[in-house]
Design a protein around this ligand. Structure first.
Ligand SMILES: [Zn+2]
Length: 455
């Protein structure tokens, strides 16, 4: 799964350069008609599972969902008797990145059609049928998105926040090209950056506001207020990278639409919780991001599972296995801070949940080599449950709630007649054990059965 596009990489690269539609066309297969019969259904809405359901897929969409044992056999459909299996909607990653990482390297030269398609296919082969690349994109992303909109697959459906807006000499401190990020110094420059991105119809606008644990200058509040104001005038919404409670509160007061990370410096206070709730701002916990700083040095058992290993590139697997990696993490003074930030993030998620404010779902996978596309999203579901959500609630965050956050609710995020046929068939029921989302039997995306065997 992890290397699914490494088939003939050279010829693929040439084809991409020659013609994007040609290569997309070649790797897609037509959407068929299927009946997924006699399944346990978790439909994404958050309601309890329904037993003995059947899901009819036709022309890329969910044509019908029938509860009860009555068999449905539309003409020409392939009937799959899936007794004992559970079906959930395809997962949506509401905070990911594309084209930044290759192996263990992060470089502007990784931002290629080939590398992005490899990542999209990895997401899709893990049942992540939609991903938003939340900033640091080259304009190539819009071309890839529009090819997909024409029906030319493959891979997870792309949404994008385009380049995004950071701070001069500040956040984000990543190696990207000047064509991947704006760093406005003034409110006017910030407005101009939003207007330029708006010409490409991004799915969100992304900003980075904090000081990276005191190491860098913060974004001037006049700059982020200008971004939010300009974006709202252009009917766009703004997602913010946050860490500190104080920034989160100010952003909420300035009209932010999405907090793209957990607050991790201290516990959320009543004012902030009530702002999240009253303004219906989505809070994306990204717990796996924080965990990714230290967890692999602990070598938990799941690191030996094929589900994890298949998601690793060769160079990353080698790095994580090395004794030097464990030593580096254990000796890094930041490690303790990340472990503490994780505990704060877990407690804050429970508070947001108890306050019934909207919770989105994302991982920041693809932002660096340790945030592993496809695998990270299943791990995130497990962490949401550890923080106090039920499995069905965690799945709801990653499906219907995320579709609402991204204004995709008409299209996907639920198993319901009329939606895209984006779904995962599981060998075991995740409502009793969330780690069962890893037991993937088959995946459908836009009604196409995803070939997971390609290596
Ligand atoms: Zn990110």
């Amino acid at each position: 799964m992890g290397v699914s596009l490494l088939v003939k990489p050279l010829s693929l690269a040439i084809l991409i350069l020659a013609s994007l539609p040609a290569i997309f066309g070649q790797t897609s297969s037509p959407a068929g008609s299927y009946v997924l019969q006699n399944v346990r259904l978790i439909d994404g809405t958050g309601r309890p599972p329904i037993d003995h359901a059947s899901v009819v897929i036709r022309s890329g969409k969910i044509a019908q969902v029938v509860s009860g044992r009555s068999a449905v056999k539309p003409e020409g459909a392939q009937v799959l008797n899936l007794s004992g299996k559970t079906v959930i909607p395809g997962l949506i990653n509401g905070h990911g990145h594309l084209g930044l990482v290759q192996g263990t390297s992060v470089s502007p030269s990784n931002y290629t059609g080939l590398n992005i398609m490899r990542e999209l296919m990895q997401y899709e082969s893990y049942g992540i049928t939609t991903v938003i690349s939340l900033g640091l994109n080259k304009d190539l992303i819009y071309k890839l998105r529009s090819e997909q909109e024409k029906g030319n697959e493959p891979g997870a459906t792309i949404l994008t926040a385009g380049r995004g807006i950071g701070v001069p000499d500040g956040m984000p401190p990543v190696k990207v090209g000047s064509d991947q990020l704006y760093r406005p110094a003034t409110p006017e420059q910030a407005r101009a950056a939003v207007r330029e991105m708006a010409t490409h119809s991004p799915d969100l606008i992304k900003i980075w506001v904090d000081d990276s644990m005191g190491k860098l200058p913060k974004m001037n509040p006049a700059v982020y207020s200008a971004v939010i104001d300009e974006a709202h005038h252009l009917n766009l919404r703004v997602a913010a990278h946050v860490f500190y409670l104080e920034d989160a509160k100010r952003l909420l007061q300035a009209g932010i639409d999405v907090l793209a990370h957990s607050v991790r410096d201290q516990e959320l206070d009543a004012d902030t919780l009530s702002l999240l709730k009253s303004k219906q701002v989505y809070y994306i916990p990204t717990l796996q991001l924080e965990e990714s700083f230290y967890i692999y040095a602990d070598h938990p058992d799941w690191m030996n599972s094929p589900f994890f290993k298949n998601a690793l590139s060769g160079p990353l697997e080698k790095e994580l296995d090395a004794a030097s990696y464990k030593n580096k993490v254990e000796q890094d003074p930041a490690t303790q801070a990340h472990r503490k930030a994780m505990q704060v993030a877990m407690a804050n998620l429970k508070k947001v949940h108890d306050a019934t404010a909207p919770i989105g779902f994302g991982t920041d996978s693809g932002a660096n080599p340790y945030r592993i596309p496809g695998w990270a999203e299943h791990r995130e579901l497990q962490l949401l449950v550890q923080a106090g959500l039920t499995p069905v609630e965690a799945i709801h965050c990653a499906t219907q709630a995320n579709a609402q956050m991204l204004h995709l609710e008409e299209k996907t995020g639920m198993i319901k007649a009329g939606k895209q046929a984006d779904l995962i068939v599981l060998d075991a029921d995740p409502s009793t054990d969330i780690s069962n989302t890893e037991k993937i039997a088959m995946i459908f995306h836009n009604g196409r059965r995803v070939d997971r065997e390609k290596k």
